[in-house]
Unconditional design. Structure first.
Lengths: 147, 559
């Protein structure tokens, strides 16, 4: 698959892990990604970490977007480890929602690519997700060339 | 009688109006059409010509139908609103400490927000430690509830609990009260989050049972409370979730009133008398920053409800017609950027609710768009209410905006809009069916999208977000206070040990009693939940059993 030009269609999984069900944000972001020409896989809230890993694998996604409004981002480092264990270390993960500054730093340290805060525009979010999807495709292509 | 006013420089009204129109047009170079969030066009000026026929006489008096000016004759000048701050965090001991501090600072009622794991129907040994107690207190059984409310006189203080179907938290509290020798007849408060319809639509966090089971358990709950805890409000009809999820103020009010009608008609179908249960119906709303729109929303909702209760539901007691509501300032309006600005936002939202005639108020903490509120944020939120009530003199006059040309005209327009939305629900077969089919969810989703577009186009200004931005606001974001994980681990270990000490046969017997109630047509499921709580059943045990017996259905997600 090409990562350039108008035919580049990032594959994005928009989901929520943990306990919270507030889905206004994830629904709006999913719709914005779809309108920006991406393939969007959307799930209802409350996914388990293994379920997200399985879906990312089966759907061959470039980017996983996790929406966290009520502290569910605290288990995102566990998701990062689970993705790596499943051989999906090249999938880019972004988080959006209510994330305090110091917890943002630990998310970034665990490998999360970016944290989007309230007030981010849909244009900003979709542009960045597209960039990360390109990164993911290149990383995968490089890995395949090495083997 | 007032003395006539001194002669003033007043011109004849018609030429004066024509002159104002001319000068206004010249003064505003490019007139732009303004509409409020509900889509009602807003004129630059309102005059007596905009009042509905009958003028002031048609407004009536507070405490009398149709209650446009308030549901009590005295309103806030008599008894001010209940100051009810939502609190909940950490272990029961953490919660109890915060509760006592807030009561000492002027809060007059208790609220209890449980951990999201509790909402989802899990005990703490089924959930990652990282997520425990971060958004609410971890209460899994009657013992935990007793510790939460230590030192609180349950016969004196009104307790509101975020307690979705099957209402395990109320069951735990009643068992705790019983052990203290307190008569249930003395206990007052509200089952917040009893409105399964709004959960299914907009707040999936509280969702536990499939629609038919949730409907049945609510009816059992209302009937049981009427008999055993007569001062308890078992039904809180919720517009707050729907507005936070994106419904416009008019949609939120309309869908809430339609839910209330649905629930009341379900009660009537079960053979209950509307004058028995309607006086214990309460409402819970969001207050956004659209100031006058919110004032008008509450005034319009109040008079629609009075008519519905009397004419459609057939209630004859005035107590059944009164639209009692709690309101919470809107968290969606708060910003992470320049967080101290949120204190100003909450103040304006709270004023709209007060002028709208609320009975109970929660003001958000300024750090809510950033984290679970800390101690400082919670204190300022309480102080905001104290200042509005006691320094700003907002309680001196009943319905102080009543008679304003704008507010009265807008109240009429909101009423018309709300009734039109309610008609779409009735046409779909009522609220239960409109929710089952996704009509309500689609309407709210579309409004959420429209609001986002208004913000992104700059039509809706948000200070610090799409205008007046700055980069130096991080210092105003306070450090986050997460529960101590070691203490939480101890709380979990103690709970697991306590569960293991119970007699397995007693647990099995209590669970079977739940199943029997769920499977029989005339058994009362909520009564069985209270018995189960007394027998030491945990939240997860009760919820899991009822999910098995009554069905578990995930809410419909519409993108």
């Amino acid at each position: 698959m090409s990562d350039r030009g108008a035919d580049f269609r990032p594959r994005v999984l928009v989901t929520k892990i943990g306990l919270d069900g507030h889905d206004r944000g994830s629904r709006i972001v999913a719709a914005a990604c779809r309108d920006a020409g991406m393939e969007v896989i959307y799930t209802p809230p409350w996914q388990s970490i293994p379920a997200v890993v399985k879906l990312a694998l089966e759907e061959d996604v470039d980017v996983v977007g996790i929406s966290s409004l009520a502290t569910d981002h605290l288990i995102v480092p566990k998701l990062m480890a689970a993705l790596r264990d499943a051989g999906l270390g090249d999938v880019r993960v972004v988080v959006g929602g209510i994330v305090p500054d110091d917890e943002e730093r630990s998310l970034l340290a665990s490998g999360v690519r970016e944290v989007f805060h309230p007030g981010s525009t849909m244009d900003e979010i979709t542009t960045r997700i597209r960039d990360y999807a390109r990164e993911a495709r290149r990383a995968r292509a490089d890995a395949e060339n090495e083997t | 009688m007032n003395k006539p006013v001194e002669p003033r420089l007043l011109a004849d009204s018609e030429p004066a109006r024509a002159r104002w129109q001319r000068e206004y047009r010249e003064g505003v170079a490019a007139e732009r059409a303004i509409a409020n969030v509900s889509g009602i066009p807003i004129a630059p000026l309102y005059t007596a010509a905009d009042r509905r026929p009958g003028g002031d006489d048609a407004l009536g008096y507070p405490g009398q139908p149709d209650y446009t000016r308030g549901i009590y004759a005295t309103m806030h000048r008599g008894r001010t609103w209940t100051q009810r701050q939502l609190i909940g965090l950490g272990t029961p001991a953490d919660y109890n400490e915060r509760l006592r501090s807030i009561l000492a600072r002027g809060a007059t009622a208790v609220s209890l927000i449980p951990c999201n794991s509790v909402y989802r129907g899990y005990d703490m040994d089924s959930v990652e430690l990282e997520l425990l107690g971060t958004c609410g207190v971890v209460v899994n059984d009657a013992e935990h509830m007793d510790r939460c409310l230590e030192g609180v006189d349950l016969a004196e203080v009104s307790c509101a609990m975020n307690d979705p179907s099957p209402f395990t938290l109320l069951a735990f509290m009643l068992v705790a009260a019983e052990r203290r020798g307190i008569d249930w007849k003395a206990i007052s408060g509200t089952s917040n989050q009893s409105d399964y319809l709004s959960h299914y639509v907009a707040n999936h966090m509280f969702y536990r049972l499939a629609l038919p089971g949730a409907r049945r358990v609510l009816m059992d709950h209302i009937g049981w409370c009427r008999q055993h805890v007569p001062r308890w409000n078992p039904m809180s009809v919720v517009g707050q979730h729907m507005q936070q999820a994106g419904a416009t103020p008019a949609e939120a009010m309309a869908f809430t009133l339609s839910s209330a009608v649905q629930n009341a008609e379900d009660c009537i179908a079960r053979g209950m008398d509307p004058d028995e249960f309607l006086p214990r119906f309460t409402f819970f709303f969001d207050i956004s920053l659209s100031f006058f729109e919110e004032v008008a929303k509450f005034r319009a909702g109040r008079r629609i409800w009075a008519r519905l209760a009397r004419e459609r539901l057939g209630a004859s007691d005035e107590k059944s017609w009164r639209f009692k509501f709690h309101a919470q300032t809107s968290g969606v309006d708060l910003t992470r950027q320049q967080p101290l600005n949120n204190i100003a936002r909450v103040t304006a939202q709270a004023m709209a609710g007060i002028f709208g005639g609320l009975q109970s108020l929660h003001t958000d903490a300024y750090d809510e768009a950033y984290a679970t509120p800390g101690e400082v944020g919670a204190r300022i939120a309480v102080a905001t209410q104290n200042i509005l009530r006691e320094e700003a003199h907002l309680t001196d006059v009943i319905d102080p905006l009543g008679g304003s040309y704008y507010v009265e005209s807008l109240t009429d327009a909101m009423e018309e809009k709300i009734l039109a939305i309610m008609k779409t629900v009735d046409d779909a077969g009522g609220m239960y069916k409109a929710v089952e089919s996704g009509l309500v969810q689609r309407t709210i989703g579309a409004s959420a999208m429209r609001f986002q577009e208004r913000v992104e186009s700059g039509e809706q200004v948000i200070v610090g977000v799409n205008k007046y931005r700055s980069d130096d606001d991080a210092e105003h974001r306070p450090p986050v206070d997460r529960p101590d994980r070691e203490q939480m681990q101890r709380h979990r270990d103690e709970f697991v040990a306590a569960k293991a000490r119970r007699s397995p046969s007693a647990v099995a017997k209590a669970l079977d009693a739940l199943t029997r109630a769920a499977e029989s047509d005339d058994g009362n499921v909520f009564g069985a939940v209270v018995d189960g709580a007394r027998a030491g059943l945990s939240n997860e045990e009760i919820c899991a059993r009822l999910r098995r017996d009554l069905g578990f259905g995930q809410p419909l997600v519409v993108v």
